[in-house]
Ligand binder design. Structure first.
Ligand code: IPE
Ligand code: IPE
Ligand code: MG
Length: 265
């Protein structure tokens, strides 16, 4: 793909953005439902798990391109609270895959200034994975580059229940009045606290649903669905999604188009 340097005086380093994309109108936060790994493998006569392995490469490439093109945060749905209902072999394969990928990629993440975090109920994950997650989170916590959030044992409903419980506990301790519970107070108890809401949601494999992903945070996200299965989601597919996003008018309930992430605005 042809690339050109899109020089922005607002950035410390110039962004390298493909022709056709406006570097000033990049989404600040991209969320992605990485779906279709199993179908990708089946179409090639491979076991489903080979699709998950191929999906890791698509995620690495998406992270690199988002970072290079000036996206500030990428949140990827890796394992839902409902995915435990899959056959044990597939669940075990996924947990082991997460462990080996984290182990293998941690140094590169550190070097590329990626700040990685894992969102979800992490206590239910295998102990080895939990300790790798803690190490990766800690070692990249002060990195200055893209925020990379991996939703692992994540469910939007469970996240909202957890946030409600945490608010209720603060009320019970006398730290908070019920009347002080507003949208900001609830958002501050979500796993995504501190991260702006996603501007763009990408879902692969043609499914038109959000499958319990970021139910609160996606309130005003633009949605891009592609028929590509996740392992086939490459730089060109990402560019198409971003071009689709840049062609949208975001009104947030009003009558005028608003661009919350326009540089220099
Ligand atoms: C997405 O691919 C990855 C996970 C949910 C872990 P799938 O495994 O859901 O693939 P399909 O939808 O069955 O093709
Ligand atoms: C959503 O995909 C979850 C992840 C990508 C991790 P699923 O394959 O689990 O979603 P459904 O079952 O098709 O809604
Ligand atoms: Mg699926």
């Amino acid at each position: 793909m042809s690339q050109r340097l899109a020089v922005s005086t607002d950035q410390a380093a110039p962004l390298c953005c493909p022709e056709g994309l406006d570097p000033r109108r990049m989404p600040g936060h991209v969320a992605v439902i990485m779906d279709g790994n199993g179908r990708w493998a089946k179409a090639r006569g491979l076991p489903r798990v080979m699709g998950h392995r191929a999906g890791v490469e698509a995620l690495k490439s998406t992270l690199r391109h988002c970072s290079d093109w000036g996206v500030e945060a990428l949140t990827a749905y890796a394992f839902s609270t409902e995915n435990w209902s899959r056959p044990g072999d597939e669940v075990n394969f996924l947990m082991t895959l997460f462990e080996s990928v984290l182990q293998r990629e941690l140094q590169a993440l550190e070097e590329e200034q990626v700040r990685i975090r894992f969102l979800g109920d992490l206590d239910a994950l295998p102990v080895k994975l939990q300790s790798l997650i803690a190490e990766a989170t800690q070692r990249t916590s002060t990195n200055s580059g893209i925020h990379f959030n991996v939703c692992t044992n994540y469910g939007g409903r469970r996240e909202l229940v957890r946030a409600s419980q945490r608010l209720a506990e603060r009320v019970a301790r006398g730290e908070l009045q019920p009347s002080q519970i507003d949208e900001n107070a609830l958002a501050a108890e979500l796993f995504t606290a501190g991260e702006p809401d996603p501007d763009l949601l990408i879902r692969t494999s043609g499914e038109r649903r959000i499958s319990n992903f970021l139910l609160w945070q996606l309130a005003y996200a633009e949605i891009h669905v592609t028929d590509l299965c996740w392992p086939d989601f490459d730089a060109q597919a990402l560019q198409l999604a971003l071009e689709d996003y840049q062609g949208r008018q975001r009104r947030f309930g009003g009558l005028q188009s608003i661009e919350p992430h326009a540089l220099g605005s």
